[in-house]
Write a protein that binds this ligand. Structure first.
Ligand SMILES: *Cc1c(COP(=O)(O)O)cnc(C)c1O
Length: 826
């Protein structure tokens, strides 16, 4: 008998193919019963089903009790998916057809290794939160045959990179079939031959993720490996992958007739989806490129994750022409130059490379950064596109990232929260039981912490093969992230003797768990790993410091679940957000971090420790590193270590437990993916869907009007003039009168503003002037018909502080995002 024919097997398949098991543990006992050994090794139900012998399965499934258990679990899963959700209660929710979420990587479970790190973490955790909240998101990504490299450290401390093959048969995914039973395949343009893509389906609770894969036998050999390695190869391969993601991804949605209103681009990698969405709209509505582009952009959201300009993808013009020239001509009615202009700061510069972030900005209705500080940084990065605009007007909002709490909560923490806050704990998202913890006894918090640390110590022992390593009661500090210089993973090594004293203090010892991969081509990063191993060796610190090779999601969960302190030392402001520190919150770990990324907005003295002065120092890195290393040692020596070891009569570290309590109660809900996805929904998805529908209605009447307005302002802008402004004071008001020549623009296409910079204790001021109804005495320059604009504003500062400025204006469009023209009075 084939496995598929065993009664009950298909129900197991449904359970195993829903990676909800990565955060909901109600079926754990079932998998454990089916194959205790495999379960403890893999925690991957799909591998159990694939690997178990048929007769053994048959025997297990012939037990009526087991069958009842399986049916009950499947019924519970289906009921959970059918229950009313947060999203269904939002106003306007029923009008939204869907949100497509494009990302080069997704970190859902270590059983599906299609991620590198932070970006994939954000994507995976947001998909899961969307499932919890019922937000109708569909993910689009790539299935990599090899994924990211696996790390091995050789005897001399060198990082070696291995690329084991991801056997699709062992991954919790299934081929996506069309209605008539064929494997769904998608075609995308490539220079030599069209590329066929296979499509795989991942189920994550209520949400689907579709993965594209070029390893189809129908493809020529030089194309089959396009989706082989994540961020692998050269810039040609990167562009090929982005064509697969953006163009192929949109075509999958079309093939499935999903018609999302909102297209969320997680980083600029996905920006080609904008072009394909435009092409598709042009074809179905029979409208021009400009009208289609202006229509669909209202429904596109671009999330930037980069803190340096070099982080954006750039492609040489010839490469773009080779790969997308024909596509642009045939599908978009654009010349190569017109195509390139969409990704350039200066469209007239033939040498300027195509910047994917610029395409994303040009083609989106909103742009957001991933923390408050990062939005400030991003405004600076995008300033070149918004020439002459004030930095604070550059349209980059922010939604601070969050983590999917149920996925990152340790067993000990899960049991603790259930005990203090009710059985479901964080399972259903929301504010969870945060408030309940304020009443929990200190002893319960500490018992949880002790147990979680113990379990991490067990993990470290198993991973290192040394059953005597580490101590269950010692203050345990964790550090794990990519080993790249700006993260300064060796800041603690600046004064090795001082670190040794800290670790080996007989009364108050410290142990350190370290992990992280250096990018395969980053020699400096690999050097930092060697630096740690050398330190451990030279100072004989192997009882106090362990470097665990091959950092991945599972290891991250063990570490963030068990450490007492999570250390983070990026060079401000390079960390766009950071998420690993958020994973310790639910588990009662405390952050000790540079005031960068999310910690710059989260930190309070009640909830953790801060490094640095909260300022950027671009001039002398080495000097700054020395100061911050000093700050780090001092904080550890004088605050962290003494607080941990100071015990009351009941042997409890009271101050420490209070800090844990505050951090858990205040930060866990605030830095959850649940909060982030609710914010995305209310701030961007619902308004974006409405705006797109409004522009698309009546064969894109509004979209067309936005496009025409843009064109008209671009054409006329150089001819606009501001005449001599007059100001007089009437009582405690100024009356400004400004004549303006609008060339052939209509008065509702332009906004006339008075603007004053912030000075001393006065904030910046903006006032819109109103068109005066009667054109009396407006002919200041007789040859040109001037319009007269007037404003009455309270006298709070010198009249000379104000400058007149012209901007584009359209009732349905975002300025300056959609119209960057600006004219300042000289
Ligand atoms: C959470 C996580 C990250 C992201 O952590 P940062 O704080 O952004 O460095 C990277 N890799 C893995 C495996 C993770 O689990």
């Amino acid at each position: 008998m084939h496995k598929n024919e065993i009664p009950g097997f298909q129900t197991l398949v449904s359970l195993a193919l829903d990676v909800r098991w990565s955060w909901n543990h109600e079926a754990d006992a079932l998998w454990q019963q089916l194959d205790p050994q495999l379960w403890s090794q893999t925690h991957n139900p799909w591998v159990i089903l694939q690997t178990m012998a048929t007769d053994k399965l048959q025997q297990k499934l012939s037990d009526p009790q087991m069958r009842t258990q399986i049916d009950a679990l499947e019924a519970a899963r289906e009921a959970a998916h059918a229950a009313p959700t947060w999203f269904s209660r939002q106003e306007g929710a029923s009008d939204v057809k869907g949100i497509a979420y494009f990302s080069m990587e997704f970190m859902l479970t270590e059983a599906l290794p299609i991620y590198v790190g932070g970006l994939g973490n954000v994507a995976g955790d947001q998909l899961k939160a969307a499932s919890d909240l019922g937000v109708p998101v569909t993910g689009i990504g790539l299935l990599y045959q090899q994924g990211y490299f696996r790390q091995v450290i050789d005897a001399s401390g060198n990082q070696q990179a291995y690329y084991p093959y991801n056997d699709p048969g062992q991954l919790p995914i299934k081929p996506l079939f069309t209605e008539n039973g064929e494997w769904l395949r998608i075609q995308v343009p490539m220079p030599n031959a069209p590329l066929w893509l296979r499509v795989w389906e991942v189920t994550a609770g209520r949400v689907k993720l579709f993965l594209l894969d070029s390893n189809d036998p129908a493809n020529p050999p030089f194309y089959r490996g396009i989706t082989s390695q994540i961020y692998g190869g050269d810039s040609t391969m990167r562009l090929q992958q982005e064509i697969v993601l953006g163009i192929g991804g949109w075509r999958v949605l079309e093939a499935l007739n999903l018609q999302p209103d909102v297209c969320h681009l997680n980083e600029g990698h996905a920006a080609l989806a904008i072009l394909e969405r435009t092409a598709s709209f042009m074809a179905s509505e029979k409208v021009s490129f400009d009208t289609a582009f202006s229509t669909v952009r209202a429904g596109n959201l671009f999330t930037t994750h980069t803190a340096v300009a070099a982080g954006f993808d750039h492609f040489e013009p010839w490469l773009m022409a080779t790969y997308l020239g024909t596509y642009a001509a045939e599908k978009l009615q654009l010349s190569v130059d017109q195509l390139l202009a969409l990704g350039r700061q200066n469209p007239a510069d033939d040498n300027e490379r195509f910047n994917m972030a610029y395409l994303a900005i040009n083609g989106s209705g909103a742009v957001n950064a991933v923390s408050r500080l990062h939005s400030e940084v991003s405004k600076g990065l995008f300033q070149p596109l918004f020439n002459r605009w004030n930095p604070e007007d550059i349209p980059v909002g922010y939604v601070t990232n969050g983590i999917h709490v149920p996925s990152w909560e340790s067993r000990a923490a899960g049991a603790f929260w259930a005990q203090v806050g009710g059985e479901t704990g964080w399972q259903n998202g929301g504010e969870g039981p945060a408030a309940a913890i304020l009443q929990a006894p200190a002893s319960a918090l500490w018992a949880m912490r002790q147990q979680a640390r113990k379990s991490l110590v067990g993990y470290v022992r198993r991973q290192s093969g040394n059953p005597a390593l580490f101590d269950e009661h010692t203050l345990t500090i964790g550090f794990a992230r990519r080993f790249v210089p700006y993260k300064r993973p060796d800041l603690l090594l600046r004064d090795p003797n001082r670190l040794v004293r800290l670790l080996t203090n007989y009364q108050q010892p410290v142990q350190l768990v370290i992990a992280g991969k250096a990018p395969p081509a980053d020699e400096q990063g690999k050097g930092i790993i060697r630096h740690w191993l050398q330190f451990i060796h030279d100072y004989n610190m192997s009882a106090h410091v362990v470097f665990l090779p091959d950092y991945d999601m599972l290891m991250a969960a063990h570490m963030t679940g068990g450490v007492d302190v999570w250390l983070n030392t990026p060079r401000r402001p390079w960390e766009a957000c950071g998420t690993s520190g958020m994973k310790v919150l639910v588990n009662g770990g405390i952050n000790l971090s540079e005031l960068d990324g999310w910690w710059a907005e989260a930190y309070t003295p009640q909830t953790g420790w801060a490094l640095g002065d909260g300022l950027e120092h671009h001039d002398d890195d080495d000097h700054q590193d020395a100061l911050e290393a000093e700050d780090l040692y001092t904080t550890l020596e004088q605050q962290v270590v003494p607080s941990f070891y100071q015990r009351n009569a009941a042997q409890l570290p009271e101050a420490w437990i209070e800090m844990m309590r505050q951090s858990m109660a205040v930060h866990t809900p605030a830095f959850s993916a649940n909060r982030a996805v609710r914010e995305y929904t209310l701030k961007y998805y619902l308004p974006g869907a409405r705006a797109y529908q409004q522009r698309a209605a009546d064969h894109a009447a509004v979209g067309r009007s936005v496009a025409q307005w843009r064109k008209a302002t671009d054409r006329a802008w150089d001819r606009l003039e501001i005449g001599e402004a007059k100001v007089k004071q009437e009582g405690n008001e100024y009356v400004f009168e400004v004549p303006v020549f609008l060339a052939d623009l209509s008065t509702d296409a332009v906004k006339v503003m008075l603007y004053a910079d912030a000075v001393d204790n006065l904030p910046r001021a903006e006032h819109e002037l109103q068109l005066t109804p009667s054109p009396e005495k407006t002919a200041v320059v007789p040859a040109k018909p001037m319009q007269l604009y007037r404003a009455r504003i309270p006298v709070v500062r010198a009249a000379a502080d104000y400058t007149v400025c012209l901007q584009g204006k359209h009732a349905q469009a975002a300025v300056p995002l959609e119209n960057r023209n600006i004219y300042w009075q000289h």
